[in-house]
Design a protein around this ligand. Structure first.
Ligand code: MEV
Length: 327
């Protein structure tokens, strides 16, 4: 018997970076998912097959033994190993496991691929071992893995991947989940530059320590943009949403987390008729997101492609983590 779990990636509409300090982030689950299949093994190894990410191997104790790919890639599996071990400890159960990981969420691009994989891993392992984990437990256990990858994450990524839909997430205050009646697709533009959330979050922290009198005000403006953005989203007021996305991009630029290619794609999307566009996620590479009329999505996608970005038209996914038995 094996268990498959899938979990969605995400796009942050408002509040990246500011959410690390205070105030809400407004986040959408997107219709690109990570998939993990878990089955028991006869021995006590934890074997990861992540071949579409370019590697497979197993851990014997703390030692990573690669089967395909380089030994350094084992580091990328640390988050999954931690999530898996925490799940087994939480359930007070132990087993050798085969974990097959597949994902349609680009890696290290700001779309929550690591959180989605951690969430799917916890859910698959929990269900396989018969633990009946609650959504809250899945979310918390995946957060243990997220901390390995991101250092001091706010918790936004594991929450959206677990619950799906649209979340207002605020550190220490938890989540408020809601749905829209209307279809609201977005265009995401991937700069194809990989980056590390951990590094970008610490870069902003260092800037805040050097110039607190300015950065505090930028963060405060971002908090206000998030609050107004949430109201505009609930009203599906596209002009106002677009304006606020544009302001948010400017504030993120002022924190030094954008790159020229993201700025280029943001501006090209606006010229192509988007209501607004901004980088999404930690920045430093990764992705931007544009809001446009449905009739104009292809036009915005073409503008992104002309900047040598990869455009994806995404819909909000109201389905959070899901498990099912396979075989
Ligand atoms: C990463 O998806 C979003 C950041 O705000 C970091 C975090 O919230 O942990 C940059």
């Amino acid at each position: 018997m094996a268990v498959e779990a899938t979990a969605p990636g995400k796009a942050i509409l408002f509040g990246e970076h500011s959410v690390v300090y205070r105030g809400p982030a407004v986040v959408l689950a997107i219709d690109r998912r990570a998939r993990v299949v878990a089955e028991k093994r006869g021995d006590d190894r934890i074997f990861f097959d992540a071949l579409d990410l370019g590697f497979s191997g197993y851990f014997e104790g703390e030692t990573y033994v690669p089967v395909q790919g380089e030994i350094q890639q084992g580091r990328r599996l640390q988050a999954l190993l931690v999530s898996t071990r925490c799940t087994m400890e939480h359930l007070d159960l132990k087993s050798g496991l085969n974990l097959t990981v597949r994902s349609r969420i680009p890696i290290a691009a700001g779309l929550g691929s690591s959180a989605a994989i951690c969430v799917a891993t916890v859910a698959a392992v929990g269900e396989l071992l018969g633990g009946g984990l609650s959504m809250e437990e899945v979310c918390d256990l995946a957060f243990e893995g997220e901390k390995v990858v991101h250092g001091t994450p706010s918790g936004v990524d594991n929450n959206i991947s677990t619950y799906g839909g649209i979340l207002r997430y605020e550190r220490g205050k938890g989540i408020d989940r809601f749905e829209l009646d209307s279809n609201l697709p977005f265009v995401i533009g991937n700069s194809r530059r990989r980056r590390s959330t951990r590094r970008l979050v610490s870069r902003v922290r260092a800037l805040r320590e050097r110039t607190p009198e300015i950065v505090e005000q930028v963060i405060e403006a971002m908090v206000q943009v998030s609050k107004s953005g949430l109201a505009a989203l609930k009203d599906v007021n596209l002009h106002r949403l677009g304006d606020l996305m544009n302001v948010n991009h400017g504030l993120l630029v002022s924190l030094g987390v954008s790159i020229a290619k993201l700025d280029l794609m943001v501006h090209a999307s606006r010229v192509a008729g988007a209501y607004g566009a901004k980088l999404t996620g930690a920045g430093g590479g990764g992705c931007m997101i544009a809001l446009s009329d449905i009739s104009n999505l292809e036009n915005v996608s073409r503008a992104i492609r002309r900047c040598r970005g990869d455009p994806y038209i995404v819909n909000i996914s109201y389905e959070g983590v899901k498990t099912r038995r396979v075989n």
